[in-house]
Design a protein around this ligand. Sequence first.
Ligand SMILES: [Zn+2]
Length: 314
Amino acid sequence: MYFSRIKVPLPGMELGHVNVYVVKCGDGFGLVDVGLATYEAALALLRGLKAIGIKPQEVAKVFLTHFHADHITLAQFLAEVASPDFYIGAEELGWAAPSFDELAKMYAEEYKRHGAPPEVYEAYLKLHPMSRYRRAFEDVWKLPWRGVRDGEELDCGLRAVHTPGHTPGHTVYMSQGAVFTGDHVLPKITPNISWYPKPGFNPLKEYLSSLRKTRLEARGLPAHGEEIPNLADRVDQLIQHHEERLAEVLSVLKEPMTTYEVAKRITWDAGPFDQFDVYNKMFAVGEAYSHLLYLEEMGKVRRIEGEVVRWAPA
Ligand SMILES: [Zn+2]
C-alpha cells in the first residue's frame, strides 16, 4: 500500500507530534487524521503535502480516527482550502454534549465527585482541550460528517473497524496488511483509557474487546510515534499492562477510598502522582476510574455513594 507520513507538531502537548498519513485515493488523495488547530500545525501540513508533490486541493477524503483536539481540530482549515469529504466513526458523533463548555463542565463535576480537590478540577476545567480549542471544535463539529459503520468498506482501499475504548467511537482504518491505529494502539505509551460522559459506556471493557479485535499480524501505523512492526505483539503487551493494572488497583483498595485516592497510590511510569501537573493528574484519575468501573462490572469492587463516591472491595 502506498502511503506517506507527515509529522504535524503539537505545540504545548507532551506527545510532540501527530502523524497524518496520506493515502492514494483515485485521482486524488486521502488523509488519516489532520492535526491540532495551530499556526505551526497548519504550516507543517501544507509544507508536508508540498514536499510529496500534493496540492491541498487534491485532498478529496479525510478519515478521522476520533474526536480529540490533536487529531481533528485542524479539519476546518482543510475544509476551507480543499472541501474534502470527512469521515469518522458513527458512534463518535452520537455522544457529545450540546456544547463544548458543557462537556468540559461535566468532566470537572465528575472528577469532583470522585475526590479531586478544587484546585485540581478547577484548573483542569480551564486546561481541558474542549475548553482550550473550543472555537475550533465548534466549527469542526458543524462539518458535514459521514459516520462510518464497523466493517464498512471505504474509498482509498480502506476498511473501517470500530475500536471503542480510548473514545466511544474510536475507529481504525485497515488496508492491505497495515492498520492506521489512531490512538487505539501506540508504540511507546499506553493509550489513555478514561471516563466518558456517555451513560453505560464502560471504557476499559470496550477497550479490551477492541484490542482483541485488532490482534493482527499486520503493521501498525499509529497517530503518535513510529511504526509498530507487528500489531499483535503490541496488543498483547497492552492487554498484559491492563491486567497488571487491574490487579494493582485491587491491591491498593484495602479500605474504602475515592478514585482520586486510588490514583495517588498506583505506581505510574511517568513518576509519582504528586509531582504530576494538573493535566496528567486528571489523566491518571481517569485511568484509575476506568479500571474501577471494569472491576465493578466484574463484581470485584463496589461503590459507596455519598457526596463523594468511594470504592471498596466487594
Ligand atoms: Zn486521542
